[in-house]
Design a protein around this ligand. Structure first.
Ligand code: IMP
Ligand code: MG
Length: 396
């Protein structure tokens, strides 16, 4: 019963990505046509090997077709004909691709290792890698401790003169709070004898999606200093008015309180300078369905308001809490690009765990960069190693 319920729940539209669903639909045909009722001891028979090779071939062809459709879509956008590509007709929700995707090559690569699961291959020219925090670098709600294997990979990126941004929803105004969450990494950067001081300055932290920027600072005990907004805000962000910010947060807070009462959430409301959220009291777990219901109600309420049309915001399910932040990760990633003197979207990779179109905060990063969707910190480490194998020291 539980299993069936979970399967049906996962099929709800707000938990699906249209492009991926469409690709899955294409792959389902050879999967069904080539699957055969066989028993396990026949696994190595010649017949089965042929079937596997045929299936691989069909999958690879489909990947190439999709790859070509994406290239065609990119050309249409470049020719100022967005909306006219065949891909747009087939998948109306499809957005902008900043780089061509070598799907067939990626499929061949992944198929050798794990029978296809990855989503995209990154252009071999990554200059900036931005990381989400919870679930991407460390487990949900935990800290980045010195034993985390991602540390050596991030140091490697810095040593290759790539820039690194941690773009997290966690919204604190004080640097020591971020040190508490990220100390394993910051201490390792600080004590590294391989990195030059300017390479060390290649790491920044963007908190509250796009609200608080910190740069590496070796003179501080917490290794970070706050960067005043005048130094990094994009022009569009300068136009965000304090009155609007307050009005939007008031509206969101009201909606959250209504949900808290209506759904009897065992939660407290937390209002911050640039965010408002509900989080569980005494560490209890809140039902996933209740969290998502809350996100959808708040998102709808704010979206339909006048202020919601003027100001970008991000409502998301953080695993065991719901937050509404001013701004979103597209602005966070763009601000990092600008901070490092204008890095292209096509040379930026954002790695995160939240890419469903509703109730997920990494999703917006797709507007500003190439993205990779991982499901755990261990997958982030694997991805960085694959990236290293694919692009190595080619940091230009
Ligand atoms: P992320 O995965 O690094 O983006 O972090 C998301 C988590 O940060 C949320 O689930 C919250 O638990 C936590 N958090 C702390 N402060 C804030 C805030 O001001 N806005 C949103 N999330 C916050
Ligand atoms: Mg996350």
């Amino acid at each position: 019963m539980t299993t069936r319920y979970r399967v049906e729940y996962a099929l709800k539209t707000h938990r699906r990505d249209q492009l991926i669903e469409w690709i899955k639909g294409l792959l389902a045909v050879p999967f069904v046509l080539h699957s055969q009722p066989t028993v396990i001891y026949q696994n190595h028979s010649e017949g089965l090997k042929t079937v596997a090779a045929d299936t691989h071939q069909r999958y690879a062809e489909i990947m190439l077709d999709v790859e070509n459709l994406i290239s065609d879509h990119i050309h249409h956008e470049a020719a100022a004909l967005p909306g006219k590509s065949k891909l747009k007709l087939l998948v109306p929700t499809v957005g902008t691709f900043f780089t061509a995707l070598h799907l067939q090559e990626a499929f061949n690569y992944q198929d050798e290792r794990r029978c296809i699961s990855r989503r995209r291959f990154v252009a071999p020219s990554v200059k900036l890698v931005t990381f989400d925090g919870d679930v991407t670098l460390y487990d949900d709600g935990k800290n980045l401790t010195p034993s985390n294997p991602v540390i050596s990979r991030i140091l490697r990126l810095l040593a290759q003169n790539r820039k690194v941004g941690i773009v997290t929803a966690a919204g604190y105004e004080e640097a020591p709070k971020y040190y508490e969450r990220l100390y394993g990494l910051l201490d390792a950067v600080h004590s590294s004898s391989d990195l030059t001081e300017s390479q060390k300055e290649g790491i920044i932290v963007m908190g509250g999606e796009s609200n608080f920027l910190f740069r590496y600072d070796r003179t501080q005990e917490c290794k970070l200093s706050y960067v005043p907004r005048e130094e990094w805000l994009l022009d569009e962000m300068n136009a965000w008015k304090e009155d609007d910010i307050k009005e939007l947060l008031d509206l969101a807070e009201n909606a959250l309180r209504t949900c808290k009462d209506a759904l009897s959430l065992p939660a407290a409301v937390l209002r911050k300078d640039r965010a408002v959220g509900v989080y569980p009291v005494n560490g209890v777990r809140i039902n996933r369905e209740l969290l998502e219901e809350t996100v959808l109600v708040v998102q709808n309420t704010v979206e339909r308001s006048a202020v919601g049309a003027r100001l970008p915001f991000c409502a998301f399910n953080g695993g065991n809490d719901v937050f509404v932040d001013i701004g979103d990760k597209s602005w966070g990633v763009r601000a990092c690009q600008r901070y490092f003197n204008g890095i292209d979207p096509g040379k930026t990779l954002h790695i995160g765990d939240q890419f469903l179109s509703a109730g997920a905060n990494d999703f917006k990063a797709r507007l500003a960069s190439t993205t990779a969707w991982i499901a755990s910190p261990a997958e982030t480490v694997d991805l960085l190693d694959e990236l290293e194998a694919a692009v190595g020291n080619n940091s230009k």
